[in-house]
Design a binder for this molecule. Structure first.
Ligand code: UD1
Ligand code: UDP
Length: 363
């Protein structure tokens, strides 16, 4: 089988890292980087440290308005699909790169397969929510990370081609946690001690594109009883600067460049708690047993909230302040996201679909 995997943004590199090598063991992969993330710290670092194969194609699309960015990806990706003639196009998550792949794939004779299918926040103002819905509806194979995701797909009438696989980010963190503990020096580099700092990340459009929300978050974080380390997404740095909040942010927080995955996982593992608006970081905090405040009004990773490890605090200064100092109740963590073999399942399902595979030969 020949599979064209499409990635473009930071979390997609991490997700694809778990699947790519396994795909290449049993078939052919054509890896396409759309170029959505292009800074070294947002892209190359992940390819290097996670040993992701060099992409066969880089579309070089970079930043633009959502419409133009997605359109350019579509225009650049279609000839690659024509030229390489894959059996399937494999998409990850909910970014504009995902949507572009879904549109190109659905207009050609190729199986469209979506990793992280069926997630819903219920907030259609989120660009990612629209990307997810459109991608799932255009997909022939939906790989759902949780049973709730399978149900969400069924509620929209998507039942054929739906497979519960577990979550590839769980696979990723299981591989990275010990490696990060053994190999990184990030705590020493930043002068930090386990359990004596708070980690934060902010990049969601609803928080960065609204000055009041970003300032409310800053006010909340500034009250933290421990140092707050903030590997800042370039989008957030730009917004802090343009709102005149950059100096204050640097006074209140320990702002650093975006980190590589192993350094980031080490910080998340060692943090007393984390405050984030990231999808992936909410889940990773749950996997690592770190209390999480989610600075959004809703989440697609509802299981992490239901068991008490994740609290939704929105961009609300008072709720952030309170959640930074309260030791709220935690239930034992369930395992809604599989057993760490999502990537094996995904590759086996692709083989089943695209080849007549003798079950004995499967990985
Ligand atoms: C994108 C995804 C979001 C995901 C996030 C992961 C969409 C709609 N959003 O958001 O779902 O959570 O990636 O991090 O696809 N920039 C740089 N250098 C880079 C990349 C971006 O400076 O390497 C700056 C540019 O000013 C750009 C801005 O960040 O305009 C936003 O980048 P973009 O990829 O459009 O969206 P993200 O916020 O990164
Ligand atoms: N991450 C990273 N370095 C950082 C911040 C995040 O490696 O400085 C990783 C994090 O471990 C997670 C992923 O990036 O695996 C999350 O990406 P992001 O928050 O950008 O996107 P989202 O998950 O919200 O789509």
């Amino acid at each position: 089988m020949r599979v064209c995997s499409v990635v473009g943004a930071r979390p997609q590199f991490i997700k694809a890292a778990t699947v790519s090598r396994k795909l290449r063991d049993v078939g052919e992969e054509v890896l396409v980087h759309t170029g959505q993330h292009y800074d070294k710290e947002m892209s190359d670092v992940f390819f290097d440290e996670l040993d992701i194969p060099e992409p066969e194609y880089n579309l070089g699309v970079e930043s633009d308005t959502h419409g133009r960015q997605t359109a350019r990806m579509i225009a650049e990706l279609e000839p690659v699909i024509e030229e390489t003639d894959p059996d399937a196009i494999l998409l990850y998550g909910d970014t504009n790169s995902t949507l572009a792949g879904a549109i190109v794939g659905s207009k050609r004779d190729v199986v469209v397969a979506h990793v992280e299918a069926g997630l819903r926040s219920g907030n259609r103002d989120m660009p990612e929510e629209i990307n997810r819905i459109l991608t799932d509806h255009a997909s022939d194979m939906c790989f759902a990370p949780s049973k709730a995701a399978v149900e969400a797909l069924a509620n929209e009438g998507i039942v054929d081609g739906v497979h519960w696989t577990g979550d590839v980010m769980y696979d990723a963190i299981l591989a990275a946690r010990e490696r990060a503990r053994e190999s990184t020096t990030i705590l020493e580099d930043l002068g930090l001690t386990d359990d004596e700092f708070i980690l934060t990340t902010v990049h969601r459009a609803s928080n960065t594109d609204d000055r009041d929300n970003l300032e409310a978050i800053l006010d909340g974080l500034a009250s933290a009883p421990l140092p707050v380390v903030f590997p800042a997404h370039p989008r957030t740095v730009d917004c802090l600067e343009s709102y005149g909040l950059w100096e204050r942010a640097n006074e209140e927080l320990e702002i650093v460049e975006p980190l590589g995955y192993l350094d980031f996982v080490r910080l998340l593992d060692g943090a007393e708690r984390v405050a984030t608006d990231s999808g992936g970081v909410q889940k990773e905090a749950f996997f690592l047993g770190t209390r999480c405040l989610t600075m959004r009004e809703e989440t697609e990773w509802t299981e992490t909230v239901d068991c008490g490890w994740n609290q939704l605090v929105g961009p609300n200064t008072d709720l952030i302040r309170e959640a930074l100092v309260t030791d709220w109740e935690l239930d034992p963590r369930p395992q809604p996201y599989g057993d760490g073999s999502a990537s094996d399942r995904i590759v086996a399902l692709l083989q089943d679909e695209l080849e007549a595979v003798d079950p004995e030969q499967r990985i």
